[in-house]
Write a protein that binds this ligand. Structure first.
Ligand code: FES
Ligand code: FES
Length: 551
């Protein structure tokens, strides 16, 4: 299925001319040769609170602005369509309303990397300006046009309901945002800020902080070459842009289960980290490149991003600052995926696991399932990495929990989290001393997390909710179709299978206070929720297993 038509193709029917409009109350004029509103905002107008997570796909919502008061996705809005009209970005919202949104998002921990947040707030503020709509499901419907990978939606819904209901802001008392940032950084293994600047999308993403005169570099589809231009539009035109598309082919696990007499089997497919801020990095000649991840580490997927090295090389070659950027299609094709597995396991924890050859994966699997023989196989497909959240280790936890084998890492105990009688809970312990418990029931997902000193309950709760959402989605809906030659077929951000707000079960989190030093617990939450979900579903042999109708 083709994505929305791109407005950034030069067209004979669109003569170059100046377009006048109002942006955040300023009268401006921009030369139009067939560019999108997003190109104009982020390019000549320099409005960087409007983000580009997927242009020109129109699917992530990060570029949402108000056109005459109505939310519009700027990357698929031709500039010529807004001639003479009023465009409002996050920066131009009514100051009191913007500040209320910022406070609510900080109070609820509704921003993590913050890349999706400006677009979400702009859309929600349109709801507020029309008198608010707090009927059940109204916020979920507003969020349907957006993608947030980090938060798991629930904290965003809570912040939105606070603002839209006009409730008095909760006095949370003094909060140590440095301690909160320490907890965030610990959970994601990469520097992460917390507070107002995150909500405003002003944490220094590389695509926002490059020198104004930097050349823009983009890869040429199907080759290792890069081309540069004076603007993103020019560079993409020179590269011969390939429109991202979603395939009708279903994702299929690429490995076969080893022969044997097994109590359970499991096959997983190619899974994208689905971070929303595509990789970018800029560098000046002779300088050090900016990091590909400005605020958080894309759940480990950007740890070895090639973009900083590309930016450095091209800056030296051209003798000018260069901003190297991946589009959403580039991320889909080239960003590392979770290594697929196919395993058979017996109730005593012994078995065999096939896994796509990935440096370091065998050690990660054995750390949680020493009884599994690990066989690495070469399979045509996108790159994989052990740096993605819990890669190998979480799969091993799931398998051991699936059969309930004796283990120091994971156990299945009776009674749901929250001391509810009946049912069961999965308990996962990390080598650093974190303990996470998870259970699934008709009222949703329940999590208990013990990660030493909480440092900041808002942030830790937010990261536990995000990890639970990611785990539930991994089991039920995430996957990328790849053809027999190893080419990725799903090239749009929506085709990666990230769960929408409306499809996400309620997630209840209990944090265990402690005087012990803080340790990362969200990976244990991720593994525990994945295992609890798999067992709740009846241990289906292939993932994604499909959504449940009873949660
Ligand atoms: S950048 Fe416009 S919807 Fe994603
Ligand atoms: S906070 Fe939404 S994508 Fe990161």
């Amino acid at each position: 299925m083709n994505a929305s038509p791109s407005p950034d193709e030069p067209s004979a029917e669109v003569p170059t001319r100046a377009v006048g409009l109002t942006v955040d109350g300023r009268d401006v004029e921009v030369v139009d040769d067939g560019i999108s509103l997003l190109d104009a905002l982020r390019g000549p107008l320099g409005v960087h609170s409007v983000k580009d997570g997927c242009s020109p796909q129109g699917q992530c919502g990060c570029c949402t602005v108000l056109v005459d008061g109505t939310p519009r996705v700027a990357c698929v809005t031709p500039l010529r369509r807004v001639a003479g009209r009023s465009v409002v970005t996050l920066d131009g919202l009514e100051p009191e309303a913007r500040s209320r949104w910022v406070d609510a998002f900080v109070e609820h921990g509704a921003s993590q990397c913050g890349f999706c947040t400006p677009g979400i707030i702009v859309r929600l503020d349109a709801v507020r300006a029309k008198g608010g709509d707090v009927r059940p499901g109204a916020v979920d419907r507003a969020l349907a046009a957006h993608l947030c990978r980090c938060t798991g939606w629930q904290t965003i819904v809570e912040a939105a309901e606070d603002v839209l209901s006009g409730s008095t802001p909760v006095e949370v008392g003094p909060r140590d945002l440095d301690a909160a940032a320490r907890r965030a950084t610990l959970e994601l293994g990469a520097p992460q800020q917390v507070g107002e600047r995150v909500v405003l999308g002003a944490v220094g993403f590389s695509a926002d902080t490059a020198p104004a005169d930097a050349l823009i570099a983009v890869p040429v589809p199907g080759s290792d070459d890069w081309v540069v231009g004076e603007s993103l539009v020019e560079a993409r035109r020179a590269a011969g842009k390939v429109q991202g598309r979603r395939t009708t082919v279903d994702p299929v696990p690429p490995l076969e289960v080893p022969d044997g007499d097994w109590d359970l089997t499991l096959r997983t497919g190619w899974v994208d980290a689905a971070y929303v801020e595509t990789d970018s990095s800029w560098c000046v000649p002779g300088g050090d490149p900016s990091p590909a991840a400005a605020n958080g580490g894309a759940f480990g997927a950007k740890r070895h991003s090639p973009l900083p090295a590309v930016a450095r090389r091209l800056a030296d070659e051209h003798g000018r600052a260069v901003l190297a950027q991946w589009s959403r299609e580039d991320c889909s094709r080239s960003a590392p995926k979770r290594p697929p597995v196919a395993a058979g396991i017996r109730s005593d924890g012994t078995g065999v696991i096939h896994v796509v050859r990935t440096e370091g994966i065998a050690e990660r699997i054995r750390a949680a399932a020493p009884g599994l023989e690990v066989v690495e196989l070469d399979v045509a497909g996108p790159p994989t990495s052990v740096t993605l959240r819990g890669a190998g280790w979480a799969e091993a936890v799931v398998l051991v929990a699936g059969v309930g084998a004796p283990s120091e890492v994971v156990s299945v105990e009776s009674g749901r989290v929250g001391d509810q009688a009946g049912g069961e809970r999965v308990v996962v312990r990390t080598s650093e001393g974190a303990v996470a418990e998870a259970s699934i029931g008709a009222d949703g997902i329940r999590v208990r997390a013990a990660g030493g000193d909480i440092l900041d309950p808002v942030v830790l709760r937010s990261y536990c909710i995000g990890a639970a959402h990611m785990a539930f989605g991994w089991v039920t809906s995430e996957g990328v179709a790849v053809d027999a030659e190893g080419s990725v077929l799903d090239l749009t951000v929506r085709s990666l299978g990230v769960l929408k707000a409306a499809d996400t079960p309620a997630i209840t989190v209990e944090l265990v206070p402690s005087d012990r030093p803080p340790v990362r617990v969200s990976d244990a939450v991720f593994a525990a929720v994945a295992a609890a979900t798999w067992r709740f579903l009846g241990t289906p042999p292939d993932w994604p297993a499909g959504l449940l109708s009873n949660l």
